[in-house]
Structure formats: structure tokens, C-alpha cells
Design a protein around this ligand. Structure first.
Ligand SMILES: Cc1cc2nc3c(=O)[nH]c(=O)nc-3n(C[C@H](O)[C@H](O)[C@H](O)COP(=O)(O)OP(=O)(O)OC[C@H]3O[C@@H](n4cnc5c(N)ncnc54)[C@H](O)[C@@H]3O)c2cc1C
Length: 226
């Protein structure tokens, strides 16, 4: 692990903040990977997806506060200028190399690796079809909503599909993420499903994708419960 400085903190809403870190040595990563952080060398670690695209000196981590937790309350008490410890980039939850269309499904901060993948792929001119189905409870909690809306307006091969489970809002679907991909893929065509977030949503999505006839070569999961 190496030392990294928090250079900036941006609040998305009361329970989610982006922490911008500059490590002493650059951390090369592939979009979709995560880093582990610790408060001191050799201390307890927690993993966080890298939310920005590769090629920046800064790493952005988009973190939700678990008030009874260990790491997230400690992080939410930190300020720009404070330092912590950071691992190398880890994990294999990255965009499949083939050109098959990709359906990304997430809730809450599960959007982080998808933001990195989309910014990277679209700006590099990747022309395959991308869907991002992003579920939140309330409109105020929809992370990167303006940015994803703008990205979808700019790239015809990217379709942004936000949904809110506890609030109705203009231009946003109402309900959970599941009916959206069920309706999009009723024809059972080949696709790669990338799913990120907490276990309950992941298990339900895996069950539904299996029912729809998809298999382990077509779906990939990043579980935030470890
Ligand atoms: C690959 C990966 C990537 C991740 N990326 C992100 C990300 O981008 N953003 C993000 O916000 N999170 C991410 N996570 C989750 C993150 O690693 C932490 O799990 C999360 O921040 C909670 O850590 P914590 O130390 O604050 O809470 P913890 O101490 O781990 O506790 C988590 C929750 O469990 C409850 N809890 C704790 N102990 C107990 C107990 N004994 N009994 C019952 N309940 C208990 C707490 O009340 C709390 O609500 C990722 C996880 C993985 C594995």
C-alpha cells in the first residue's frame, strides 16, 4: 500500500461523497477496477470502485456512508489534505473485449465502475451499444444523473435508463431496475450483462437473467458485500 492525499471532496447528497485522491505513485488501472484503502499501513481495508476514467493523476471514489460502519464514517470525517493508504488497482470487473452490446445494471454507488467504463469507452470511440440501468430511491440520490443524461445525448450508442423506486419524477422511470432489462431483452438476444451493487439486488438480477435464458458467459457481477 502507498500513501495518498485527499485533494478534494464533493458531496452528491447527505449520504454519498466523492473523494478525490492523489497517490504518491500513479495507480494504473483498467476502467471498472477497484482499490482497497486503509487508514494506516497494515490497517483494516475496504474496497472502493474507481469512478473516473483511467489516465488521471487523481482517483475518484464515490462512497456511501454506512453510519454504523467502520471505514465510511472515518472517511466522512476526513478533510482535503488528510492522507490515507491505497492499494494497487484490483479486480477483473471490466468491459468484455468482444463487441457484443452491454447492459449495465446498478443501484446507488454501484454506478461507480460503470461511469469509469462509459467515460473511457465512449470517449475512445467504442461503438457497441451500451445501456446503463441505474436504480435509486429518490431523484436527489441519482448519482451522476446530469452527466449520464448529457453523455446519452452526445453518443447515440449509449442509452441511459434511470429509475426511482420511491418517487415519481419527470423523464425517469418509476420502479426497480428489473422490469427495465426484462423488457429490453425479451427477445433473448446475445448481450453482456454487468451488474454492480449490494447482494440483494445482485441475487435477484442473477435469478432473473437465468430465467431469461442467459448464462455465466453473459453475466458478470461485482458484489459490494465482498
Ligand atoms: C469490490 C468492491 C467495490 C466496492 N466499491 C464501493 C464503492 O464504489 N462505493 C461504496 O460506497 N462502497 C463500495 N464497496 C463497499 C465498501 O467496501 C464497504 O463495504 C462499505 O463502504 C462499508 O464499509 P464500512 O467499513 O463503512 O462498514 P462496515 O463496518 O463494513 O459495515 C457495513 C454495514 O454493516 C453493518 N454492520 C457492521 N457490522 C455488523 C455486525 N456485526 N452485524 C450486523 N451488521 C453489521 C453496519 O451497520 C453497516 O451498515 C465496495 C465493495 C467491494 C467488495
Amino acid at each position: 500500500m502507498q500513501r495518498a492525499q485527499i485533494v478534494r471532496i464533493e458531496q452528491h447528497h447527505a449520504l454519498v461523497r466523492s473523494f478525490f485522491l492523489v497517490p504518491e505513485q500513479p495507480v494504473p488501472f483498467v476502467a471498472g477496477q477497484f482499490v482497497a484503502i486503509a487508514m494506516e499501513a497494515g490497517g483494516t481495508e475496504r474496497s472502493y470502485s474507481i469512478a473516473n476514467r483511467p489516465g488521471n493523476a487523481e482517483l475518484e471514489l464515490c462512497i456511501s456512508l454506512k453510519p454504523d460502519g467502520y471505514m465510511s464514517p472515518a472517511l466522512f470525517a476526513m478533510k482535503p489534505g488528510d492522507t490515507l493508504y491505497l492499494s494497487e488497482a484490483r479486480g477483473s470487473f471490466t468491459l468484455p473485449a468482444d463487441g457484443t452490446e452491454v447492459c449495465m445494471i446498478c443501484t446507488g454507488t454501484g454506478i461507480a465502475p460503470f461511469r469509469s467504463m462509459l467515460l473511457d469507452a465512449l470517449q475512445k470511440g467504442d461503438t457497441r451499444k451500451f445501456y446503463l440501468i441505474s436504480g435509486n430511491r429518490y431523484a436527489a440520490e441519482a448519482l451522476y444523473h446530469a452527466e449520464m443524461t448529457a453523455l446519452a445525448a452526445r453518443y447515440p450508442n449509449f442509452c441511459y435508463l434511470p429509475t426511482l423506486s420511491r418517487e415519481e419524477a419527470a423523464g425517469i422511470a418509476h420502479g426497480y431496475v428489473h422490469p427495465i432489462y426484462e423488457q429490453l431483452f425479451t427477445d433473448g438476444r446475445d448481450a453482456r450483462f454487468l451488474v454492480c451493487g449490494w447482494t440483494a439486488m445482485l441475487s435477484e438480477t442473477r435469478r432473473k437473467l437465468k430465467e431469461m435464458g442467459y448464462n455465466r458467459r453473459q453475466y458478470f457481477f461485482e458484489s459490494y458485500d465482498g
